[in-house]
Write a protein that binds this ligand. Structure first.
Ligand SMILES: NC(=O)c1ccc[n+]([C@@H]2O[C@H](COP(=O)([O-])OP(=O)(O)OC[C@H]3O[C@@H](n4cnc5c(N)ncnc54)[C@H](O)[C@@H]3O)[C@@H](O)[C@H]2O)c1
Length: 164
């Protein structure tokens, strides 16, 4: 028995990096994986790789900072795969690497929109589907920068502290 046999999992920012590896491992362990990202080409390639190796995955374009798109995509995933068992709130950006006194409001907001509001939107719109499944998992990606301070990336530090 595989560890997540027949579980349906949405991974945000699933096309690259940690999200990509998460999708591959989930599929290998039997999950039906909704790969979601801004990057359609990379996401589709990953889906092909999963499906060719005997797993099950499908790609959706999803900008986690757009609540309407989050709501729509989470509903479409449930329509496609029949249920939702977990969301992996992986999508995140580092943002500008400047000292605090040089950061503009727009630069600050761009990190918060993805790393904070994105996690909120994906959690909010996952919960009703998880409740219908009877249980579920919400996985948020924090960082060492949520535990210790360093001299770079001020908005990223704040956001990862919030996820600790
Ligand atoms: N790489 C590290 O060393 C590290 C360490 C600690 C925590 N993390 C956290 O892990 C997560 C993934 O990091 P990574 O290094 O794999 O990043 P990455 O940059 O390699 O991949 C991030 C993915 O998120 C996608 N993305 C960006 N903005 C998005 C948006 N608005 N909506 C949907 N998708 C979006 C990107 O297209 C990309 O595919 C992040 O939350 C990051 O903060 C990473």
């Amino acid at each position: 028995m595989k560890r997540v046999e027949n579980k349906v999992v949405i991974v945000t920012g699933g096309a690259l990096g940690i999200g990509r590896e998460t999708c591959l491992l989930l599929a290998k362990e039997g999950a039906k994986v909704a790969v979601t990202d801004l990057l359609a080409k990379e996401g589709q390639e990953l889906v092909e790789e999963v499906n060719l190796s005997g797993g099950e995955a499908k790609f959706w374009h999803l900008d986690v900072s757009d609540e309407k798109e989050v709501e729509k995509v989470y509903a479409e995933v449930v329509k496609e795969f029949g249920k939702l068992n977990a969301t992996v709130n992986n999508a995140g950006i580092a943002g500008v690497d400047k000292p605090t006194h040089d950061i503009t409001e727009k630069e600050w907001d761009s990190v918060m929109n993805v790393n904070v509001k994105g996690v909120f939107f994906c959690t909010k719109h996952a919960i009703p589907h998880l409740q219908k499944s009877g249980n579920g998992s919400i996985v948020n990606l924090s960082s060492i920068y949520g535990l210790v301070g360093a001299g770079d990336l001020p908005p990223y530090h704040l956001q990862k502290v919030q996820l600790e």
